[in-house]
Design a protein around this ligand. Structure first.
Ligand SMILES: Nc1ncnc2c1ncn2[C@@H]1O[C@H](COP(=O)(O)OP(=O)(O)OP(=O)(O)O)[C@@H](O)[C@H]1O
Ligand SMILES: [Mg+2]
Length: 240
């Protein structure tokens, strides 16, 4: 499993959003991209997922990602939207979750195990557009993860989830990172801190550039995190 990003540059409107990004994610494992609002995390994941135009190269298993046909890419690489409502378009949650399996030609029965794991049975007949924020996040995760892709791009998967949702997400990540390449992007260190013993590598992004990288020890560097604009865990304990 290998995702490489070479000299990636994204310009949207008249603004340079990502500048000369070079990254390598190799083998199964859990990677975090931490950065403040507007630093380019979602843009980076979208470029890797071939959802936006970019300059430079994204290589998946050594092959130019632009050459993959859509279905081939969807089988290999799952992308979960930061805002779940962006990805919804079906009339019911059940159809929303089944969509990816139908698309890649897999039996829809494969969805039930994960639907039950994320306790989404009671949501199946609802319109996805009427879901609460946390319910929508669960359905959004499910509607991608049911395809069991070897590589996953998760954009702020933890936001909006309650204790049960977070425990389920963490359980899923812990059971999956030894066999999948998982990249999580978020402005918050809490999820990374919770999973610090399992993280392979962390990248810090600021104003469209990678400004630091390292192991979980980066999470202890409060000064660096604050300078970049990322919330260190200790911040939550400070009185205000
Ligand atoms: N279509 C667009 N046209 C102009 N600017 C855009 C466009 N899409 C995104 N941007 C800008 O690109 C920058 C990076 O956006 P991006 O969504 O990648 O940030 P992010 O790091 O994911 O932030 P957040 O933590 O808020 O999710 C932001 O300043 C955003 O306003
Ligand atoms: Mg984002």
């Amino acid at each position: 499993m290998l995702i490489e990003v070479r000299r990636l540059r994204v310009v949207l409107g008249d603004k340079i959003i990502l500048r000369d990004i070079n990254l390598r994610f190799e083998g199964p494992g859990l990677y975090f991209i931490l950065g403040p609002n507007g630093s380019g995390k979602s843009t980076l994941l979208r470029a890797i997922a071939q959802l936006i135009e970019y300059e430079g190269l994204v290589l998946i298993e050594g092959r130019d990602a632009r050459e993959f046909d859509r279905i081939e890419l969807v089988r290999k690489l799952g992308y979960v939207w930061q805002n779940p409502f962006y990805g919804f378009f079906e009339a019911t949650v059940e159809r929303e979750i089944a969509f990816i399996l139908k698309n890649i030609g897999e039996p829809v029965e494969k969805m039930w195990e994960l639907v039950s794991f994320f306790s989404a049975e009671d949501l199946l007949n609802r319109s996805p557009f009427t879901l609460s924020g946390g319910e929508a996040k669960r359905v959004c995760l499910l509607s991608v993860l049911v395809a069991d892709q070897p590589m996953l791009l998760l954009d702020e998967p933890e936001t909006e989830l309650d204790l049960d949702g977070l425990n389920k997400l963490i359980h899923y990540l812990k059971k999956s990172f030894s066999s999948k390449l998982i990249i999580v992007a978020t402005p918050n260190t809490l999820l990374a801190y919770k999973l610090r013993r399992h993280i392979k590598k962390i990248f810090l992004i600021s104003e469209g550039r990678i400004v630091a990288s390292g192991g979980s020890e980066l999470l202890e560097n409060q000064e660096l995190l604050r300078n970049v604009g990322i919330i260190p865990v200790g911040w939550w304990y400070e009185p205000s």
